[in-house]
Ligand binder design. Structure first.
Ligand SMILES: C[S@@+](CC[C@H](N)C(=O)[O-])C[C@H]1O[C@@H](n2cnc3c(N)ncnc32)[C@H](O)[C@@H]1O
Length: 248
């Protein structure tokens, strides 16, 4: 699986983030070598990144993505007709941006290591409701055909468990087919039965043709019904949570 390095601007568009959203405590899962948390931190946003790769590679992940992006750029040039060039101008622009983002990631993970937590879905090392808003891009539905529907269900529920307000997942299409994940409606119905209402929204970010839809899960009712700490996990508090200081 490709480890990618999208930016704060990419995330803002993919997840339709408003100024109000950015006042909240945010989890980026999986974050890969994205610079969202780095750039958000500069703006004073309380954001944390989690990825399974952080257990093995940390600062060097940024370098790996930089080298991989350089290596894959000629392939992207050859396959350019398969993608939409409205967000990125062309393959060279994409490569330039991702390399810059990977460098920001690398500097930030060195400067603020407590913001980058090793964790693997479907079991994250956080207490229930640790974040207001959870963002998840380019894993669950994107690789859904390889991960399987049971993993998807467990992953979605785990993201909902750690979210006080909302989970946003982008895109809802499968990378290999470009089609909406075949289990999307079924999973939404199951989540609805557990008190997690959902909606699909079109957003102003499209790179793979037709992949411009965001799934939003409303978690407030689910969180109230399912307060448990992951079995055997040492729950991490990477920063001093405001709601815990307030005793909520
Ligand atoms: C395509 S990248 C997306 C990164 C970032 N969201 C972005 O858009 O740039 C997918 C990431 O998922 C991570 N990953 C794969 N399986 C995971 C799992 N079970 N739990 C946590 N992270 C996982 C990989 O290490 C990789 O960094």
């Amino acid at each position: 699986m490709l480890v990618s390095a999208r930016s704060f601007a990419d995330y803002r568009a993919m997840f339709a983030l408003t100024e109000r959203d950015l006042e909240q405590r945010i989890l980026d899962c999986p974050a890969g070598a994205a610079s969202f948390v780095a750039e958000a931190g500069r703006r004073g946003v309380d954001a944390v990144a989690v990825d399974r790769e952080y257990a093995f590679h940390r600062e060097e992940l940024g370098l790996m993505v930089e080298l991989e992006t350089r290596f894959k750029c000629p392939t992207l040039v050859r396959e350019a007709k398969d993608f939409v060039w409205s967000w990125y101008a062309d393959p060279h622009d994409l490569a330039r941006q991702w390399i810059g983002n990977a460098r920001l990631f690398r500097a930030d993970i060195a400067a603020r290591p407590e913001r980058y937590i090793a964790g693997e879905l479907p079991e994250l090392p956080f207490h229930n409701g640790s974040f207001d808003l959870v963002l998840s891009s380019h894993l669950l539905f994107s690789y859904g055909n390889r991960l399987g529907e049971d993993f998807l269900r467990a992953g979605l529920l785990e993201l909902a468990r750690v979210a006080r307000r909302e989970v946003r997942i982008f895109p809802v299409t499968v990378y290999d087919t470009g089609e909406r994940h075949p289990g999307l409606d079924r999973l939404r119905e199951e989540l609805g039965g557990l008190g997690i209402a959902s909606r699909v929204e079109r957003v102003a970010y499209e790179f793979q043709p037709g992949s411009d839809e965001l799934l939003v899960l409303s978690c407030a009712r689910y969180r109230a019904r399912a307060r448990t700490v992951p079995p055997g996990a040492a729950a991490v508090d990477p920063v001093r949570w405001r709601h815990r200081e307030g005793g909520a």
